[in-house]
Design a protein around this ligand. Structure first.
Ligand SMILES: C[S@@+](CC[C@H](N)C(=O)[O-])C[C@H]1O[C@@H](n2cnc3c(N)ncnc32)[C@H](O)[C@@H]1O
Length: 223
């Protein structure tokens, strides 16, 4: 029941509406031939699959949640990317790839787990010389983050803010409409209603102040 309902909600479909910003950030990088990309905190891999489409590179997605990685593995297979996109269960606190393994590190929605400054310092060794770090993070304290970039050993190539209401209009609002439809469909199923309410609670938090949930991309280069 739980798995079927989650696929009926189809969060990844709505998450995909934000892929235009992933594309915008990727296009700010110079053209790289077959880049090795590490996607940190890839989850069910909406950006990971987008990166596979944008590049001809090899991508490793890491996450701590095996059920999200299983979902991503199914997408990799369906999309025909098995030859160059892999997943690995690994905490972002214990990344054990050798130094200078990657041309690009990509992290959307995951850097807060470790903290911006610590991540920049710890992930730097994983990048090849002149490699790129692309981070999608909450907008709060953007200026504090920008000053950390050079002191952590990077050059800021670009940064851009998503429209203030992007997460609301592109993701949460359409998701809320879907949740309401499913509420009607499952009105006599208390277990389904409980799960739907959990998702509605998350939406309500954003709905109270959508602008507080805006975010930014940072495109940095190892210096
Ligand atoms: C907001 S989601 C972002 C998922 C994906 N990057 C995206 O943008 O759709 C944050 C992800 O970080 C992962 N995560 C949280 N703590 C982690 C940890 N200690 N190590 C690795 N991944 C972690 C979660 O499992 C989740 O998939």
């Amino acid at each position: 029941m739980f798995k079927d309902l989650l696929s009926e909600i189809g969060k990844d479909h709505f998450r995909g509406r934000l892929n235009k910003y992933t594309r915008q950030a990727y296009q700010m990088l110079p053209r790289l031939k077959k880049p090795h990309i590490l996607d940190i905190g890839c989850g069910s891999g909406v950006p990971t699959i987008e990166l596979a489409k944008l590049s001809d590179g090899e991508i490793i997605g890491i996450d701590i949640n095996q059920s999200l990685l299983d979902k991503l593995d199914r997408k990799i297979e369906e999309e025909g990317f098995s030859g160059r996109v892999k997943t690995r269960k690994c905490s972002l606190f214990e990344i054990d790839f050798p130094d200078e393994s990657f041309d690009i590190i990509w992290a959307e929605g995951s850097i807060w787990v470790i903290g911006f400054e610590k991540a920049l310092k710890e992930w730097r060794r994983l990048l090849k010389p002149n490699g790129f770090l692309v981070v999608h993070d909450e907008i709060k304290t953007v200026s504090n983050k920008l000053v950390k970039v050079p002191s952590c050993g990077y050059k800021l190539i670009h940064h851009f803010l998503l429209p203030e209401d992007a997460h609301w209009t592109e993701y949460y609002r359409p998701l809320e409409i879907r949740i309401k439809e499913l509420h009607m469909k499952y009105k006599d199923n208390s277990e389904a209603l409980r799960i739907l309410q959990k998702h509605q609670n998350e939406i309500d938090m954003v709905k109270r102040n959508p602008k507080e949930h805006s975010s930014a991309f940072f495109i940095m280069q190892k210096s």
